[in-house]
Design a protein around this ligand. Sequence first.
Ligand code: SF4
Length: 94
Amino acid sequence: MHYSGFDRRKKVLILVMAKTTFKYSNGEVTIIWQPELCIHSGNCVRGLPEVFKSGEKPWITPEGSGTEKIVVQVRKCPSGALSYVMDENEPEIK
Ligand code: SF4
């Protein structure tokens, strides 16, 4: 794929900005949210309001639903702002 100079700078900027991540775990799955990628479609809030709560802090509460439902909903995020990792695959932080 060819990027013009402007597109390349824009892509690099997006990748740098996308480094901000927030993680929310229910002990089985960790939801990862990258706010700079969020296009505020509201899909997550409408699809699984027990977990994604607009206007609340924290706005993601994974203990509100089961792991399967969370995974299905996260996969529907249109921008890639949401992703997940199963907790047994998380590298141990020492
Ligand atoms: S579904 Fe993804 S893009 Fe839409 S509001 Fe939720 S996190 Fe943001």
